[in-house]
Design a binder for this molecule. Sequence first.
Ligand SMILES: CC(C)(COP(=O)(O)OP(=O)(O)OC[C@H]1O[C@@H](n2cnc3c(N)ncnc32)[C@H](O)[C@@H]1OP(=O)(O)O)[C@@H](O)C(=O)NCCC(=O)NCCS
Length: 178
Amino acid sequence: MKQGDIIYRYRAPDELSPQRLDEICRLVEAGGGVNSRWLRHNLEKAYLIGQAEIDAELIGVSSLKRPRPEYVQRIRDKLGLDIEGFLERGYTSIRPEYRGLGVGTELLGGLTSRAEDYHIYSLIREDDPATQKIALRNQTVKILTFASELTGKELGLWMPATTAAELNLNPISEKEIP
Ligand SMILES: CC(C)(COP(=O)(O)OP(=O)(O)OC[C@H]1O[C@@H](n2cnc3c(N)ncnc32)[C@H](O)[C@@H]1OP(=O)(O)O)[C@@H](O)C(=O)NCCC(=O)NCCS
């Protein structure tokens, strides 16, 4: 399987059929670690959903979603960071047999280049080197880490290096991931 066999589509949720949204939900859930309660709701309100397909079969997904106001307030209270008006890059899941081919990197780059005037951030588990690697490959930097009560995990908050510079936020230097 080569990158050239893979088709990437970037669509607003209202351009997708309910069946395709169901499929996307199932793939995100299969990736693990998401709160299923808000999944469909968050996807229906997302700014953009990136899909990777081979022969019309969905093999990967990622999205730019709109954080709920309660969450924006939590980040403000807990971390002193204002992400009002940001989009969150998340719900990235690649079918296991297609991982390591660059699909995650391509989806992240495709979404970032289509975010227009929005700022983007993402939350990446500190114990998730694969997602950190695709973030680093897309010139994204880690700004801070915190213990998440919702996931029980240590998370890093990442954003494009250009956004961090614009907002005068200092990146945490990252060891190279092999
Ligand atoms: C994380 C995930 C999205 C990455 O997608 P992907 O298409 O495999 O990513 P890419 O191929 O673009 O790059 C992944 C890189 O990480 C590397 N990698 C994978 N697992 C790794 C690990 N445990 N330690 C270090 N590097 C790792 C891959 O080898 C690849 O690097 P390479 O190109 O130098 O070989 C995919 O593994 C996935 O769907 N995981 C389950 C869901 C999930 O954890 N989502 C992230 C939360 S948002």
